[in-house]
Ligand binder design. Structure first.
Ligand SMILES: Cc1cc2nc3c(=O)[nH]c(=O)nc-3n(C[C@H](O)[C@H](O)[C@H](O)COP(=O)(O)OP(=O)(O)OC[C@H]3O[C@@H](n4cnc5c(N)ncnc54)[C@H](O)[C@@H]3O)c2cc1C
Length: 278
């Protein structure tokens, strides 16, 4: 139908981004194609070392999934998106396709070596999340393609993750967020993935912060160095959620806390990772 109707047609998934845009007259597509009735598009399954989510899987389904709890960075992310109403309708595929710079999913998933599976008139193709999101509100999808599945690689056993966002209230987007995935061998951090959200046009991989941890003993000094490097990597803009400087300070604090929670989880501790509210 996307192919037949041309680029005046849009898919309607959970409607939690598209419907507000229609109400504000920021979008006025000629046709809406409701994909809510297509069977087998909502699922969570473990397959060859990865966790796979159907594009229509709701945030609440991820939040309540025992399988997804195996990857706490994803469970933390799902459980903190807006409020229960939005989580019951919004979908993981819709969120990635929207590529809102403040959206949570891309930031959490980019720490996991995630692949996006797409389908169009020319067949199926797969693309890394890193290459899928091109810019703010811009993805690699052609107008006649859709996202079918999101595949996040399962981290190794000695790995732990955390996703923390700072919000003014529950039903708003975060002012800043941090996703961390660490693999530990004893007290040494073998591998680190750190991503920052809401402080750039897309989620930012804080590579200098990752290097500050990789191969090092995880102590207060290395954590402080990584948090400082993350602050430097952020590229925030001043808006109603805070000044650029305020958001930069938030990033440092969130990354530090997320590293601490991720490390405790990597050591096998059960830690509740909760978002922080003003
Ligand atoms: C009050 C409020 C607060 C919110 N707070 C947050 C928050 O804190 N964090 C957060 O991450 N999000 C937040 N959201 C957004 C929410 O997570 C949305 O669910 C999500 O961004 C879009 O998913 P959707 O399924 O609702 O997509 P829709 O709104 O239906 O669609 C969004 C866009 O994606 C396209 N699309 C949908 N599905 C596909 C697909 N399978 N393939 C290709 N294109 C597709 C649509 O055509 C449309 O252009 C909030 C929303 C509201 C209303």
């Amino acid at each position: 139908m996307l192919g037949q109707l041309g680029d005046g047609a849009k898919l309607l998934a959970g409607g939690q981004s598209l419907i507000p845009l229609l109400k504000l007259r920021f979008a006025s597509p000629d046709h809406l194609i409701d994909v809510n009735f297509i069977p087998d598009t909502s699922f969570i399954k473990e397959e060859s070392g990865a966790l796979c989510f159907g594009a229509m899987t709701r945030h609440a389904e991820v939040e309540n999934s025992d399988l997804a709890k195996k990857i706490p960075v994803l469970h933390d992310c799902a459980a903190g998106i807006a409020d229960v109403q939005v989580r019951n309708r919004g979908t993981i595929g819709g969120s990635l396709a929207e590529a809102d710079p403040s959206g949570d999913w891309a930031n959490a998933l980019i720490t996991l070596d995630t692949t996006i599976h797409c389908l169009g008139p020319n067949g199926a193709r797969s693309i890394s999340l890193k290459n899928f999101i091109k810019d703010a509100y811009t993805t690699d999808l052609a107008h006649d393609e859709l996202v079918t599945e999101v595949e996040g690689k399962l981290p190794p056993k000695s790995s732990g993750g955390a996703y923390l966002a700072f919000k003014r209230t529950a039903p708003v987007y975060p002012s800043a967020s941090a996703a961390v995935q660490l693999t530990l061998v004893g007290d040494v951090c073998q591998e680190a993935a750190i991503a920052l959200g809401c402080v750039g046009l897309t989620a930012i991989r804080a590579t200098e912060a990752e290097s500050a941890l990789s191969g090092k003993t995880l102590d207060d000094k290395t954590i402080a160095t990584a948090a400082e490097a993350a602050r430097a990597a952020a590229d925030p803009q001043t808006d109603r959620r805070g000044s650029a400087e305020y958001k930069r300070a938030l990033v440092g604090a969130l990354v530090k806390r997320a590293i601490q929670i991720a490390a405790r989880r990597a050591r096998g501790e059960q830690v509740e990772g909760v978002h922080l509210y003003a």
